[in-house]
Design a protein around this ligand. Structure first.
Ligand code: FMN
Length: 252
């Protein structure tokens, strides 16, 4: 059986004729019922032929966004984005990140859950080369200095109820959402927090540059851009060492 994967994706739905969606839902239903998966995105006729020869059902779709040097939107579902996210510490290509994408990325942060919905996390996207350069002047040693944009994550240490402050959990959820959106849109990033919040408090100098009010704290710097090279994939502990069923250490 050829190994296939499911691609139920936006571009198809973006066109959104009702008929297309209905046809697609039917196909998807039957393909799943027969124990296959559906591959929606293949680039060439040759690739389709190969898949068809292998007994794979596919729908051809051309994609202009895949051409050229710009970010290659990855058209992936959230599980794929999770698997494909890795901290990227390499150089970035000199390709601007459109505002539209920065908005999507920040919206992903805004959409994150927060304790008691207090929404303690805020974001500043920086794409002005002058402001970026001011930030990089204080980030020592430098990180992500070739990225054409960055998201600075701010938190307000507000109690959600009684003495419970969930600010850290709130911004962590937001950052992960952001990192996944970054990957989905074809960019790379890295969660830089330890680096800027150490004793030398680089974050406070960054906050000053960005005119952040005193009741907010800058806690994380996320470069955003098209990667020049592949990310280094960190080894994770085996599933069995960290995840179980019904009882600690139990795999059954
Ligand atoms: C709270 C937190 C702080 C981090 N701070 C830094 C940092 O200051 N510098 C850095 O290079 N990476 C930082 N990282 C990224 C981690 O090093 C990285 O997530 C980890 O090595 C696993 O690699 P992966 O992200 O590729 O899975 C941070 C990650 C988290 C969650």
């Amino acid at each position: 059986m050829p190994q296939c994967w499911e691609r139920v994706r936006d571009r198809f739905h973006a066109e959104k004729t009702e008929r297309q969606c209905r046809i697609f839902q039917c196909i998807n239903h039957y393909v799943k019922h027969w124990g296959f998966s559906l591959l929606l995105r293949v680039k060439t006729r040759k690739a389709i032929n190969k898949l068809e020869q292998n007994g794979c059902f596919c729908i051809f779709e051309t994609d202009e966004s895949m051409s050229g040097e710009g970010p290659k939107e990855k058209d992936m579902n959230v599980i794929e984005a999770i698997h494909n996210r890795h901290s990227y510490r390499g150089k970035y290509k000199n390709i601007p990140v459109p505002r539209e994408d920065l908005i999507k990325i920040m919206q992903a942060g805004i959409d994150a859950p927060s304790g008691c919905n207090i929404q303690t996390t805020s974001f500043i996207a920086v794409d002005d080369p002058e402001v970026l350069s001011k930030l990089h002047n204080v980030i020592d040693p430098p990180v992500g200095e070739t990225a054409p944009a960055a998201i600075c994550v701010l938190t307000q240490r507000i109690n959600a109820y009684r003495d419970k402050c969930f600010a850290v959990q709130d911004y962590s959820a937001a950052i992960e959402n952001i990192l996944l959106a970054v990957v989905e849109l074809g960019y790379q990033s890295c969660w830089y927090e330890g680096h800027i919040t150490d004793d030398d408090r680089i974050c406070d100098r960054m906050a000053e540059i960005l005119n952040v009010p005193k009741n907010y704290e800058l806690v994380c710097f996320l470069p955003v851009g098209v990667a020049e090279s592949g990310p280094v994939v960190m080894k994770k502990k085996a599933f069995e060492e960290r995840a179980w069923f019904n009882s600690f250490g139990q795999m059954q």
